[in-house]
Structure formats: structure tokens, C-alpha cells
Design a protein around this ligand. Structure first.
Ligand code: 4NP
Length: 173
């Protein structure tokens, strides 16, 4: 499924190197911090946190340095997740630093594609919904201008897709 699979596998074999995963959305205050929180929770559950480096970033710098949106934190807390990240804008160097970059929607996908220059960078950019297991979705909808249900939907989609993502990445360990 991943073009860089052979490379990651070889590097892991040689160095027991961590797999670096970056979640990306627009503002880095709702969807991508939630994805980061869920993914961190499930790798810890499976005793694999030492095998991953996990981070999130946004295409915009509007919320630079802010904590995750209070509504996202509230809905996260109701499901047992504590979000303690601060928003940061994605850097060009992230396209080299991370092995896999997961975007939430087509706007994010296009934004990342505008930043990528070389084939190895393009190959790292994947849609979060490529990893759906039980849900069916083409993107993780932006909840920012909506109500409670939008935030619940984000968590539903990300819990499912994070499980799918981890199942794929376990094949590389
Ligand atoms: P996110 O949600 O991309 O999931 O963090 C948004 C947060 C802020 C804005 C848009 C989306 N905004 O326009 O400020």
C-alpha cells in the first residue's frame, strides 16, 4: 500500500528506527490533534509507543501556539482522550522528516501536494480515510463551524481509521 514500504522496512531492520507519522489538517486545533491523541493511545495500548514518533500540524498558522479547540478537547475527554498539543504550521522539512503524512480532506491533500517537490515526498502523503476499517468515508469533515455532532463524527472516523492505519504499520515493524 505504501510506496516507501521497502525503504521503511529496511531502515527499521538496520536501525530499529521509529516510524515517524504526521497528521495534518487545516488549523491543527481539531482533527489532526484528535488523530494524534487517538493514535498515541492505541500504540500505547499495544505496547508500541517506542516504535513511533507521532506529531500533528496544520496548513494554516492562524492558531499557532494555541491548544486544541475547547470543543474538540471536551468531546475527546468524554471518550477518555486528553489533548495537550499546541498548534503549529507544517514546515517544508516535515516532508523529509516524517515517513508518512496523513491528511484529513482534499483541501489538505492539495495543500500538501503543492508543498511537495520530489517523488519521495509525494509518496508519503496519504488520506486518513484510505485506512477506513468499519466506516465508509472519503474525508474527515472539518467540524470547526458546526455543532457537537461534527466533533463526535470526527472521533468516530478517526478511531476507525487510526486502527486501520496501525494495522498496516504493524506489518512494517
Ligand atoms: P481543523 O479545524 O483543521 O480540524 O483544525 C479548523 C480549525 C480552524 C479553522 C478551520 C478549520 N479556521 O479557519 O480557523
Amino acid at each position: 500500500m505504501y510506496p516507501p514500504k521497502k525503504i521503511i522496512k529496511r531502515l527499521n531492520f538496520i536501525f530499529m528506527r521509529k516510524i515517524a507519522v504526521l497528521f495534518v489538517c487545516l488549523g491543527n486545533i481539531c482533527r489532526s490533534p484528535m488523530a494524534e491523541g487517538i493514535f498515541n493511545t492505541i500504540i500505547a495500548r499495544d505496547g508500541l509507543d517506542h516504535r513511533f514518533e507521532v506529531d500533528s500540524a496544520g496548513l494554516l498558522n492562524f492558531h499557532q501556539g494555541e491548544m486544541a479547540d475547547s470543543r474538540m478537547r471536551l468531546h475527546a475527554a468524554q471518550r477518555g482522550y486528553s489533548l495537550d498539543t499546541r498548534s503549529r504550521q507544517i514546515l517544508k522539512s516535515d516532508l523529509d522528516r516524517f515517513d508518512l503524512i496523513l491528511v484529513m480532506d482534499e483541501q489538505n491533500y492539495e495543500g500538501l501536494h503543492r508543498m511537495a517537490v520530489v517523488p519521495s515526498q509525494f509518496a508519503k502523503i496519504h488520506r486518513m480515510t484510505d485506512y477506513c476499517v468499519n466506516v465508509q468515508a472519503t474525508h474527515v469533515p472539518d467540524p470547526y463551524y458546526g455543532g457537537d455532532q461534527g466533533f463526535e463524527n470526527v472521533i468516530d472516523l478517526l478511531e476507525d481509521t487510526c486502527e486501520g492505519l496501525l494495522a498496516e504499520l504493524k506489518k512494517l515493524l
